[in-house]
Write a protein that binds this ligand. Sequence first.
Ligand SMILES: [Zn+2]
Length: 96
Amino acid sequence: MLKGYLKVRDDCPVCGEPLHHHRADDGPAYLTILIVGHLMAPVILWAFTTFRPDPMVLATVFTIGCVALSLYLLPRLKGLMVGLQWAKRMHGFGSA
Ligand SMILES: [Zn+2]
């Protein structure tokens, strides 16, 4: 469904379903921040109270972890939003 990292194709290359109707907008970024924030906030508290690491080590590990998890989740959540819009026949999906 995606070409490149986040660009949605105009049509599905397998079945030809038009995908240009999607209106994902800021939804995938919002969901990514929501999920990464709710996962990492308790984990950073647990890591700090359990291991008492050097602050630079903690900041480095959690910066890399947050960025990596965000980059992993963002295209998947975009696919989820476009798929949900397709399934609910939103924004012109299913009008043909
Ligand atoms: Zn298809």
